[in-house]
Design a binder for this molecule. Structure first.
Ligand code: ADP
Ligand code: MG
Length: 375
């Protein structure tokens, strides 16, 4: 046990920075176990606002408000990973934040993230920092087309990414180098994407969830199948252990992987918080990723993970809800989660559906018509 690890018991307040769907589902787990929660989020109608004991509406850069959250909390955690470095370090020095500051700060930046992964001995896709089109050109002359340029910080769901497959696209893109830092990486001809979710308690107990198979559309997670039909559990678990050597984790985290056509596994990125691809664990496992996060930051023992049944999880974006609004509850075997976001946007994550099944292929066929977008 590190000197700072302490047990947090029911009745105590868990402070959560960020009140989106991840914060909401964390608060629901905490509430079920008898913890109180306090949530900070900039949006008045943040999903977690409906299920927490104390809601503080403030910007993530509002240091006083974050301290106010810390004051009413016995332990602090976050679903929002882009907390300002200076504020986070202050919170960590003055309050109990078992996840600490350094891991999340390393992971905020794709360059330091990939370097940490490499340092641990895990494999990443070839990448370089780029400051001008010429840097991208020289990367392309070494690695060939296609490549993908990404903002080093702040990107999610494919935001801030530029796919480049020819000289013309690079010229037309006008990448705003003056406004942000960028990396370029080789674009992998993907056989599959998978992710592995794990939780590590403040005291060091580690549990690992089943390997998840993820399909993205427009760089947004579309569907997860768990367990993955391609069994890379052993190699992915090995990579996760290497990453845990390089980075200190407390709480739940997910490592996203690429598998290329030759069957080679690469670490894509790491999320030090609950992850969309592990939402199925709420219904499919003996412990959900949200329960695991609460227990691990509370430093309470966790059971080994057991999956009751195979699961298919489909995200519900605004466009999906537009189609499914009237029929969503016509399927009694769909576990429907709606996050309670008031504003619907076509590409906004509004909810998800988990279906437990004894026959994944059959289930995929059955739901195809309901979820297939006309494109
Ligand atoms: P975000 O932070 O937005 O999740 P990711 O780097 O995970 O960014 O990219 C989102 C998705 O875009 C990935 O899950 C994958 O489907 C696709 N993608 C990103 N980088 C690559 C790459 N180098 N090769 C192939 N596909 C990629
Ligand atoms: Mg990603």
């Amino acid at each position: 046990m590190t000197s700072t690890a302490k047990r947090i018991y029911p009745g105590a307040t868990i402070g959560i920075i960020g009140g989106g769907q991840l914060g909401k589902m964390l608060a629901q787990s905490a509430l079920r176990m008898g913890y109180k929660t306090a949530v900070l989020d900039p949006a008045e109608d943040a999903p977690a606002g409906a299920v927490c004991h104390t809601f503080i509406q403030a910007d993530f850069s509002d240091e006083d408000a974050l301290k106010q959250l810390a004051e009413v909390s016995d332990v602090l955690t976050y679903e929002f990973e882009n907390i300002d470095a200076h504020i986070l370090r202050e919170l960590v020095s003055d309050y109990y934040v078992p996840q600490g500051a350094e891991t999340v700060l390393t992971l905020q930046n794709r360059e330091s993230e990939k370097n940490a992964v490499k340092q641990g001995g895990a494999t990443v896709v070839p990448f370089e920092n780029v400051y001008h089109d010429a840097d991208i050109q020289s990367f392309i002359s070494e690695h060939g087309y296609p490549v993908i340029v990404k903002t080093s910080t702040g990107g999610y769901d494919g935001k801030g990414q530029y796919y480049i497959d020819s000289d013309e696209t690079l010229e037309d893109l006008n990448i705003p180098f003056q406004d942000a830092d960028f990396i370029v990486e080789k674009y992998i001809d993907l056989e599959r994407e998978v992710s592995l979710t794990a939780a590590r308690s403040a005291e060091g107990q580690v549990i690992i969830f089943p390997l998840q198979e993820n399909l993205h559309r427009n760089q947004i997670l579309y569907r997860t199948i768990a367990p993955s039909r391609l069994d890379y559990t052993a190699s992915a678990t090995e990579e996760v252990h290497k990453i845990m050597e390089a980075l200190h984790f407390a709480g739940v985290f997910t490592v996203e992987f690429f598998i290329d056509k030759a069957g080679k596994l690469y670490v894509n990125e790491i999320a030090p918080r609950p992850h969309n691809s592990a939402h199925h664990t709420i219904e499919s496992c003996n412990i959900s990723q949200f329960d695991a996060h609460i227990l691990s930051i509370a430093n309470q023992p966790m059971p080994e993970v057991y999956q009751h049944q195979d699961a298919v999880m489909m995200n519900l974006l605004g466009v999906d809800l537009d189609r499914l609004d009237d029929t969503l509850f016509d399927y009694p075997d769909w576990h429907v989660h709606l996050y309670g976001k008031t504003e619907r946007k076509p590409e906004r994550k509004m909810g998800h559906v988990t279906i437990l099944t004894d026959n994944v292929e059959e289930t995929l066929k059955e739901i195809k018509a309901d979820f297939e977008k006309e494109s």
